[in-house]
Ligand binder design. Sequence first.
Ligand SMILES: NC(=O)c1ccc[n+]([C@@H]2O[C@H](COP(=O)([O-])OP(=O)(O)OC[C@H]3O[C@@H](n4cnc5c(N)ncnc54)[C@H](OP(=O)(O)O)[C@@H]3O)[C@@H](O)[C@H]2O)c1
Length: 281
Amino acid sequence: MKVCYLIGYPVGHSVSPAMHNAAFRKLGLDYRYEAASVEPGSLAGFLNGVLRGPTARGANVTIPHKISAMMEIDAVDESAAAIGAVNTIVNDGGVLRGHNTDGTGALRALKESAVNLTGSRVLLLGAGGAARAVAHAVALEAGSLTILNRSPRRAVELAETIRGKAGRRVEVAAAPLDEAHLREELGRADILINATPVGMHPDVEETPVPKRLLHGDLLVFDLVYNPLRTRLLREAEEAGAEALSGVEMLVYQGAEAFRLWTGREAPLDLMRRVARRELGG
Ligand SMILES: NC(=O)c1ccc[n+]([C@@H]2O[C@H](COP(=O)([O-])OP(=O)(O)OC[C@H]3O[C@@H](n4cnc5c(N)ncnc54)[C@H](OP(=O)(O)O)[C@@H]3O)[C@@H](O)[C@H]2O)c1
């Protein structure tokens, strides 16, 4: 039996154990996925005492450990190094390697949607961990990327990092997250991505964008997946826009982690069904 962990604090109720355990069962793999509540001061102890052990195959890493875990493991892949955070660790015979599947998960969710990302104008709200992963992935294909954040300095820093690392020419801009900038940027955007927690359970009546600024030429991608249909997505649909739930990214980032641990393609439909069921959808 191999064990994969979800390392976070607090881990609370997560969809990942049900999603991965269903996938392991479906493929007849002798694996188990379990949540591990690891306090910040205990991270190094858990990584070296449990995750390096012979039965552990790897982990997903979530708040607050995504950045600090990088310092404790043996290697990180290119995308995790660029993003500056890991969300997946693989134990290869006692060697811990870090990956970040959030960006590729978001990219795959976007590519499976109705929108054409190539050359598109993307407006990203937030400059935290998830926004960083999404920005690095999206910048490889978008025509322009504007980052709006509550703390403008973090938006500027993220924009500078993207400008320095994007593999092709993409226009990158940064500004404060306020109504004036939302109005200006939404007027020309093709894709709006919310990478802030605004609208997440239990604050389900909050939204990062006033409804009057939404329009029918947008694809609105909300990284928040609990609830499945956030107020932002509901109002986007009412404005005639396409709506894409964060549950798609959750499934694709999970599927990529599954492939890294097992070497097998994940049963996507099953993972999507289980994730939606766990979220009450
Ligand atoms: N679908 C998925 O698979 C997936 C994966 C990862 C994350 N997520 C979701 O993405 C969201 C962000 O996660 P994260 O890990 O990036 O969090 P994080 O690192 O804490 O970053 C949060 C970001 O949101 C901004 N923010 C927080 N509260 C805000 C508010 N009230 N108004 C405006 N901006 C606010 C922060 O701005 P400041 O810089 O000003 O603090 C920061 O830019 C969460 O809801 C998480 O569940 C989804």
